[in-house]
Design a protein around this ligand. Structure first.
Ligand SMILES: CC(C)(COP(=O)(O)OP(=O)(O)OC[C@H]1O[C@@H](n2cnc3c(N)ncnc32)[C@H](O)[C@@H]1OP(=O)(O)O)[C@@H](O)C(=O)NCCC(=O)NCCS
Length: 161
């Protein structure tokens, strides 16, 4: 059996599935904190995130789930949003979170998740996709580059207090 046959990607079928990604969502932001992210989600952040994605699910937002033998091994959250009118106001696809469990990495789960999001965007006629990635996250940056994503902006921050 090839690695590709050991997992499947699908979209969440209902908002009831959102809580399933909580442990991965928390692990992602803990990893990003270790990678230098200064905005740390406060206690209860996942519930706030869940309630923001819930009303959009299947319309302006999508939750892609990677499952192997029925168990969740990764997820990707995506949404569509509008560029500001002064940049033409086009609809843009945004990938907000991507996670693959450590033991499932290196088997193209991340690649399939990102490609699934790209297809979802393309199916809506969207011509541009965006995401933010920690500058120090070499694995994720290599994945995105392999899939044709380009470096565009560099976000700078300054502590004021
Ligand atoms: C980044 C992440 C999603 C990659 O998932 P994955 O399923 O292991 O990646 P894939 O197997 O699909 O990798 C596809 C390609 O991406 C690149 N890549 C992935 N992981 C890499 C690594 N650790 N080092 C270098 N390149 C890597 C390679 O080009 C790879 O192709 P190859 O195996 O032929 O070299 C996973 O490591 C992860 O969840 N990391 C923690 C969370 C995270 O960083 N999320 C992204 C936030 S923006």
């Amino acid at each position: 059996m090839t690695p590709a046959e050991t997992f499947a990607i699908r979209t969440a079928t209902s908002a009831d599935e959102i809580p399933r990604v909580e442990r991965m969502w928390l692990a992602l932001y803990e990893l990003q904190r270790q990678q230098g992210m200064q905005m740390v989600p406060p206690p209860g952040a996942f519930a706030l995130w869940a309630s923001s994605i819930k009303p959009t699910l299947g319309r302006f937002g999508q939750l892609f789930l990677a499952e192997g033998s029925g168990a969740l091994i990764g997820f990707l959250a995506a949404r569509v949003r509008s560029a500001p009118p002064w940049f033409g106001g086009a609809t843009v696809g945004f990938v907000s979170e991507v996670w693959v469990d450590p033991e499932a990495r290196g088997r193209r789960v991340g690649e399939r998740l990102v490609r699934a999001a790209e297809e979802w965007f393309r199916g809506q006629g969207i011509e541009r996709a965006e995401l933010q990635v920690m500058a120090t996250n070499d694995a994720a940056r290599a994945l995105y580059r392999r899939l044709g994503w380009d470096d565009e902006l560099l976000q700078m921050t300054r502590r004021l207090a």
